[in-house]
Design a protein around this ligand. Structure first.
Ligand SMILES: [Zn+2]
Ligand SMILES: [Zn+2]
Length: 214
């Protein structure tokens, strides 16, 4: 399993990065990105700490720990400059907290995240077809999620992405140990979104490709 969206206690997750990565390894993960919530107040505080711990863990354990960030509830005009800043600070995976239907994410977030060429637009909610086309053009992956609430629009995201050919990834958005999933559970999430086994395998491959490009 590869999962490029999780939270540690550097934002609203329950676990220290080391325990998060160890628990992921214990249920069969090969790679996990830690992508804590950030805005201008904490971006430069979180990323160096995640770089430190991921480097330390990667020197000891086979599971790959990836330092990332999730830009969250920002005014959309700040997404592009903060994406650039996150990459300068060393984030290997940049996510934007997309327009999920269960939170008042600022309208325009999906579009600005895609224009900024983030790696993954997380839980993009009822994303517009033109934005899915733009995601394909810009190479931004759209997320299928196992996260309660955010998962309500998985079917919409999956069907539009399939129609247009935009890349998908599957993540957990884990905040607690019980949110991490086995590959079997992840496959059920994909099935529930109307995807086939080959689509599921392609999603995992897309995640690996993001790491190679990082
Ligand atoms: Zn959160
Ligand atoms: Zn998240």
């Amino acid at each position: 399993m590869i999962d490029l969206h999780t939270h540690s206690l550097f934002s609203d997750g329950e676990l220290l990065p080391s325990e998060l990565v160890r628990r992921a390894e214990a249920i069969g993960y090969q790679a996990v990105a830690i992508t804590d919530h950030a805005d201008t107040s904490n971006l430069d505080w979180i990323i160096p700490r995640l770089l430190q711990v991921c480097g330390d863990l990667n020197a000891q354990w086979p599971v790959r720990a990836i330092p990332g960030i999730e830009l969250t509830h920002l005014p959309p005009a700040l997404i592009a400059p903060l994406t650039a800043r996150a990459r300068t600070l060393g984030a290997q995976i940049v996510l934007v907290h997309g327009e999920t239907v269960v939170e008042p994410v600022p309208p325009g977030t999906n579009r600005q995240a895609i224009e900024a060429r983030v790696d993954i637009l997380a839980h993009p909610g009822l994303i517009a077809e033109e934005d899915v086309r733009l995601a394909l053009e810009k190479g931004v992956a759209l997320e299928i999620t196992s996260r309660q609430g955010h998962c309500l629009t998985n079917g919409h995201v999956a069907s539009l992405a399939q129609k247009i050919g935009a890349p998908l990834v599957l993540n957990t958005d884990s905040h607690s140990p019980g949110d991490l999933v086995s590959r079997e559970k992840a496959w059920k999430v994909a099935l529930g979104a109307g995807l086939k086994l080959e689509d599921f395998e392609k999603m995992l491959e897309n995640s690996w490709q993001l790491l190679i490009g990082a």
